[in-house]
Each structure stands twice: as C-alpha cells, then as structure tokens.
Design a protein. Sequence first.
Length: 180
Amino acid sequence: MIFDGGPLVTFVAGQTRYGHKYVTKEQVLSEKDKLIAEIMGAQIRLQHLFADDRSDPLFSSHLTMSQLKILLLLARHGNLAGGELARLVGVGAAALSGMVDRLVVQELVTRTEDLHDRRVRRIGLTKAGTELIDGIITAGMAKQRELLSRLTAEELALVSQATDLLLREAARIAEASGEV
C-alpha cells in the first residue's frame, strides 16, 4: 500500500504475516510522480464512493470476480470456444469448466457444441446473462452521467481532454502488447 507522506516523500508500507507494520521504501517524488499519486488516490476515492451504493446490480448479483470476468468477456466477444475463454480469463480448461458449470446452473451462460468441431464446446450468454451485464453497465453509466452532469461546461471540457489523453495512451499500450 502506498501512503502519501507529504509533498516529497511516499512510504510503501505493508504488514508481515504476523500483523506487524513496516515501511519498505522511502523515495523523493518528482512533480510528475506526485501528480500521478494524486490522480490514482482520487480514482480510488471515487471507486469507494461508487462502491458504497448498494442499489448497484453488481452488488446483488452474487458473482465471484472470475464469474463476472467470464460474463464481461462473453458480452464483449460473443460466444467463445472453451479454450479461448480459458486463455482470456487466464485459467486452465479444468478451472474454467467449474466456473462455467456454476454459471450454467444460474442460467447466465449456455454451453453448446461447436457446429464445425464436435470436440469444442462454445460458451455464450443467455438472455438472463445478457440482461445482468447490461444492467450492471447501465447502472455504471447512469452514475457516471449523474456525476458529469453536476460539472460546468468548462470542467467537462477538462474531463473530456483528460479522457482523450488516457484513451490515447491505453490504445498505445494495447497496440504495443498486441491486444488490438
């Protein structure tokens, strides 16, 4: 965990397995590093404020992070072969199979035979799975719209410029890593 110790110093701290706190690193921050730390801290505070809203469908879904990741990947990519989905999730085929089994029981995904290769099982969202993901995304967009609507036109222009810069750099990172 990173703690801002003032304008010049950041402490990277943690706990031993016995619960003792310690400081592992102390460094003088550049102006750029200070701004990055401020932005990241603000993003965390914003996430915490959003997470406190228990009306969000994400909190009533009872999904594990891995299950949510599967649903989001299927919403983005459509039906996927089990092996491809396992690769995207970053787990082995056996681990994915158990996660998908639980999503099938909840009627959020289907598992069907591939039309071209009977050995391959394709996994896709059901109507309920699509509605759940759409509800989560819609709720997030509504919160964002409510927040943005409170800003002035000048403030919105700044947010728009900053967002464009972040998108540009995210696209460069994705392109460099071959994700695009």
